[in-house]
Design a protein around this ligand. Structure first.
Ligand code: ATR
Length: 281
């Protein structure tokens, strides 16, 4: 029986077992997907030993994505670019690491806004400069978007992200947090990658009154599913992209690798995870 895991610290609230469990059942596969709580000090050893413990691989979540990047033997170009790994597997005795967050975010954008949405996007505004922002920006960079503004409370982090992902500054530009309000009017796509709006955190206070009526607003926060930012966007009639789809889509490549079947992100799966999120809200 093939076994996979999601490893984090804490890991109690992870929805990944629900997603992979659904796919295992759907495809009639004999497999298991387990939650593993591993403290940071034990993580490098875990990466060396999971195969011996009978696991084909697994997902890596907070706070281990950077440590996973440093601990693997081989990385995909995507993981190299992100300097973070969220998917592990073993090939010819070597531990490989990939980063599927980029694919996850973009697949969900394409699903929600419709293929070709980028044709109508001249300027994108990304809020935040952490690991999630890197994945979002890297995904957007693959599309013909003329300008991607990265705004962060700590400007130096936004500048570092821009330097790393676009050394020439051809498309990316760092924006001071105080200037976000003024940039809203120019943005065709606004993406929140900060933790603001998450349950227990203050909302992201962004005034959308100057937003273009054609703009789309995305949030990678999915607890709650409708963040205050998305609620404000909906109230103004703007298109919204929630955070749950990214979580569902980023899971698919790992499943395909460990269990050998490419799974689909269906309405049924979404409804299942949505119901769980709502029941615990
Ligand atoms: P992740 O890897 O999930 O993106 P992270 O690296 O901790 O998580 O990044 C969190 C992001 O939320 C950062 O951009 C952070 O801004 P700083 O770089 O200035 O810390 C942003 N963030 C968190 N709390 C915030 C707040 N109260 N106001 C503005 N931005 C905030």
């Amino acid at each position: 029986m093939t076994k996979a895991f999601v490893v984090g610290h804490p890991i109690r609230h992870s929805r990944s077992p629900m997603i992979h469990g659904h796919w295992l059942a759907r495809h009639g596969l004999e497999g298991a997907y387990e939650k593993l709580d591993v403290a940071p000090a034990d993580f490098p050893t875990f990466v060396r030993s999971f195969a011996a413990q009978g696991y084909a691989g697994g997902n890596v979540t907070i706070p281990h994505k950077e440590a996973a990047y440093l601990s693997v033997d081989r990385r995909t170009p995507r993981a190299e670019k992100m300097k973070a790994v969220n998917t592990l597997w073993v090939e010819d005795g070597l531990v490989w690491g990939d980063n599927t967050d980029v694919l996850g975010f973009m697949a969900h954008l394409d699903d929600t806004l419709g293929t070709g949405w980028e044709q109508a996007v001249d300027t994108a505004l990304v809020l935040g400069a952490g690991g999630a922002a890197r994945a979002v920006v890297a995904g957007l960079q693959d599309r013909p978007i003329r300008r991607i503004l990265v705004a962060n409370r700590t400007l130096a982090k936004a500048e570092e992200l821009v330097r790393d992902l676009d050394p020439e500054g051809a498309v990316l530009a760092a924006l001071p947090w105080e200037e976000v309000g003024g940039a809203v009017a120019a943005a065709d796509l606004i993406v929140n990658t900060t933790s603001l709006g998450m349950a227990g955190q203050p909302p992201l206070a962004l005034d959308l009154s100057a937003a273009r009526p054609t703009a789309a607003v995305a949030d990678i926060v999915y607890v709650p599913l409708e963040t205050p930012l998305l609620a404000a966007a909906t109230a103004r009639g703007l298109r919204t992209v929630d955070g749950l789809g990214m979580l569902l889509h980023q899971a698919a490549p790992g499943f395909a690798r460990w269990f050998g079947v490419t799974p689909q992100v269906t309405a049924e799966l979404r409804a299942l995870v949505e119901a769980d999120l709502r029941s615990k809200a």
